[in-house]
Design a protein around this ligand. Structure first.
Ligand SMILES: NC(=O)c1ccc[n+]([C@@H]2O[C@H](COP(=O)([O-])OP(=O)(O)OC[C@H]3O[C@@H](n4cnc5c(N)ncnc54)[C@H](O)[C@@H]3O)[C@@H](O)[C@H]2O)c1
Length: 428
């Protein structure tokens, strides 16, 4: 069979390669010609995907990328993995899904299956996407073509996380749509978990990400409360996690980042209003998590103050731009908020990140685009008034950092195992 995957980013590319490995012909479609050209030339633009993996699929004739959406006509199934951001009013922006629907609808063959994977609010698949597909194709969902939703589960930076081994939840528009979608995923994924509807599958993903956002907010709040009591929250979490049941560790940080956790819960908040419902846990978690960068900046000010220095005029180096350890993904990274807040207070800000040598253009933090990482070296770190650890990359030598930097503000507990001088490290 032939499968088309639309959107060849962090989700769509590994998924395409997994289907290709399972012996399915995959046509990858994207609006970004540079990505398409890179893939056809067996080059990777995602750090954890090796060019050899792409070459294997391309050379076996199992994978090909294209910008030509007419070629959807060749596919028996289409999986959509396009972005679902928030707009500047923090409301869901499903325009990428709608645009994709418009591009594929006129070319969908009768009887084909369309599965949406982009994270979104319940109702997107069976209302918004269905309407676009039906009006563009002149066909009826559940009758002339099949429609389903299956959320993606990714654990970026975790080398043990393999697409094939992560159970895949699937919901269909009709029982037959579900059957078709389960059949498709079963060809490449070990465990497929059918649920009763597209909405139940959409809601599952939102529960998973809201669960993370709320629990991260809880430990962020406890970090401040316990900190005021002279108790180290990281020590407490490490001791609590020895409980073999009923506890799962979450860790505090400088704020939420990434394409999912800071965004997805607000898709639910927005949709819930239509039903006269309020998502109080989500709102409260959002409030606590978005206040973290300011808390961390205040800790930098405290640390400098202890050395009779002010933020204004100080050189502050941010260690880590990626939103989580060992990835090259800087979307929604709290490091940018920290850089903005510090700059506003008059600090001279620079950064070091072995995975992000230069800051790429982005919608929200475009003013940092082109800024380059400093080189790892004694003189650079010695000349800083404070180093703020925002991401705990394992490629960083924290022992050298403790030898070089006078003042370290640690928002990740990265210095826990390193012997440091009294007053040198400030947890934040
Ligand atoms: N990255 C993750 O870890 C992760 C995990 C779970 C779920 N998700 C969800 O999966 C979806 C995709 O996320 P991602 O991280 O892969 O995004 P991404 O930005 O890495 O990739 C999206 C791709 O879609 C392409 N695209 C944009 N508009 C298009 C269009 N109209 N037609 C075709 N291609 C188009 C972009 O060029 C890009 O290559 C989002 O809804 C996200 O919330 C992401």
């Amino acid at each position: 069979m032939k499968l088309a995957v639309v959107g060849l980013g962090y989700v769509g590319l590994p998924l395409s390669l997994q289907f290709a490995r399972a012996g399915i012909d995959v046509l990858g479609l994207d609006v970004d010609k540079q990505k398409v050209d890179a893939l056809n030339a067996c080059r990777s633009y995602i750090k954890h995907i090796e060019p050899t993996e792409i070459a294997e699929a391309v050379n076996a004739g199992q994978f090909e990328a294209s910008v030509d959406f007419d070629r959807v006509s060749e596919a028996e199934a289409v999986i959509i993995c396009v972005p679902t951001p928030l707009n500047k009013n923090r409301e869901p922006d499903i325009s990428y899904i709608v645009e994709t629907g418009k591009s594929i609808a006129p070319h969908m063959p009768k009887g084909c299956l369309v599965v949406l994977e982009s994270t979104t609010y319940p109702g997107t698949t069976d209302e918004d996407l269905r309407e676009v597909l039906e009006s563009g194709s002149g066909m009826k969902a559940g009758k002339d073509f099949h429609l389903a939703f299956s959320p993606e589960r990714e654990d970026p930076g975790n080398p043990d996380s393999k697409v094939a081994l992560i159970p895949k939840v699937v919901g269909g528009y009709t029982p037959e749509c579900l059957e078709k979608a389960v059949d498709l995923y079963s060809k490449a994924i070990k465990t497929v978990v059918p649920v009763s509807s597209c909405r139940a599958a959409e809601a599952t993903k939102l529960l998973e990400n809201t669960f993370r956002a709320v629990n991260i907010a809880l430990v962020n709040e406890l970090k401040i409360v316990y900190g005021a009591m002279g108790i180290d929250v990281w020590e407490v979490i490490n001791s609590a996690k020895t409980k073999p049941f009923g506890f799962m560790p979450f860790y505090p940080g400088p704020g939420l980042g990434g394409h999912c956790i800071p965004i997805d819960p607000f898709y639910l908040t927005w949709k819930a209003r239509e039903y006269g419902q309020h998502t109080r846990f989500i709102e409260l978690a959002g409030e606590i998590n978005t206040s973290m960068p300011q808390y961390v900046v205040n800790r930098v000010a405290d640390a400098l103050n202890a050395k009779r220095k002010s933020l204004n005029g100080s050189k502050v180096l941010i260690l880590g731009i990626a939103y989580k350890a060992d990835v090259d993904d800087d979307r929604e990274s709290p490091s940018y908020v920290l850089m903005d807040l510090l700059t506003k207070q008059g600090a001279q800000v620079s950064y070091y990140d072995p995975h992000i040598p230069v800051i790429r253009p982005s919608r929200e933090f475009g003013h940092w685009a082109g800024t380059k990482s400093v080189a790892w070296g004694k003189e650079v770190f010695r000349s800083c008034d404070a180093v703020l650890i925002s991401t705990q990359h394992s490629a960083v030598n924290y022992r050298e950092l403790s030898d070089w930097a006078e003042c370290i503000v640690d928002a990740r507990n990265a210095m826990a195992a390193i012997k440091t001088k009294p007053g040198q490290v400030w947890k934040a």
